[in-house]
Ligand binder design. Structure first.
Ligand SMILES: CC(C)(COP(=O)(O)OP(=O)(O)OC[C@H]1O[C@@H](n2cnc3c(N)ncnc32)[C@H](O)[C@@H]1OP(=O)(O)O)[C@@H](O)C(=O)NCCC(=O)NCCS
Length: 150
């Protein structure tokens, strides 16, 4: 059961909370594969929606939404602190990103999922739309997924 004290809120680009998001993303998404978040060009995040889950102002979960032209928005950088996984935080962030997309009149969500995370997105109604491909940046298979918003 998710603690009521977990707060989901937006994060301002280049703020102290944003620095926490870079650290969390580094730990969860880059370091295990010998990479660093500093290799990612994150300049576009000035324009993206950045959402964090906080416990006592400590960032424990994160995800972003990239606004594509037309009716599409893309989920990126979903990362939950290892000690908080499978307690509903990823679901809360994903649902909040979807709601923001709806409010912005987007009708389709897309994302590129790591193979291990595919069941998580399937539970939220996403469908795999492409083959598993190992991208150049991280040596694990990823597949494109999408969901129509209603
Ligand atoms: C994938 C991730 C974002 C999911 O967040 P989370 O907070 O752990 O997920 P939730 O607790 O909201 O899980 C929701 C449901 O999905 C399931 N689920 C979550 N991760 C899963 C996984 N890796 N495999 C299978 N099922 C999973 C949960 O068991 C839960 O199912 P239930 O509703 O039947 O109980 C998180 O585990 C994570 O950060 N993983 C490492 C980084 C990563 O892979 N990021 C995604 C990059 S595309």
């Amino acid at each position: 059961m998710l603690d009521d004290k977990i707060e989901i809120r937006s994060i301002e680009y280049d703020s102290d909370d944003y620095k926490q998001s870079r650290n969390l993303r580094h730990e969860v998404l880059r370091k295990p594969w010998g990479h660093s978040i500093t290799e990612d060009n994150l300049d576009h995040e000035k324009n993206d929606l950045l959402l964090g889950a906080f416990s006592d102002n400590k960032l424990i979960g994160f995800g972003t939404l990239v606004w594509h032209t037309g009716d599409i928005a893309q989920v990126r950088y979903m990362a939950i602190d290892a000690s908080w996984r499978k307690s509903g935080i990823g679901s809360k962030i994903l649902s909040a990103l979807e709601e923001a997309a709806r409010v912005a009149n987007k009708s389709k969500m897309i994302l590129n999922s790591r193979e291990k995370a595919i069941p998580f997105y399937e539970k939220h109604g996403y469908k795999v739309t492409g083959e598993l491909i190992v991208p150049p940046f991280i040596p694990i298979p990823h597949a494109m997924m999408e969901k129509e918003l209603n």
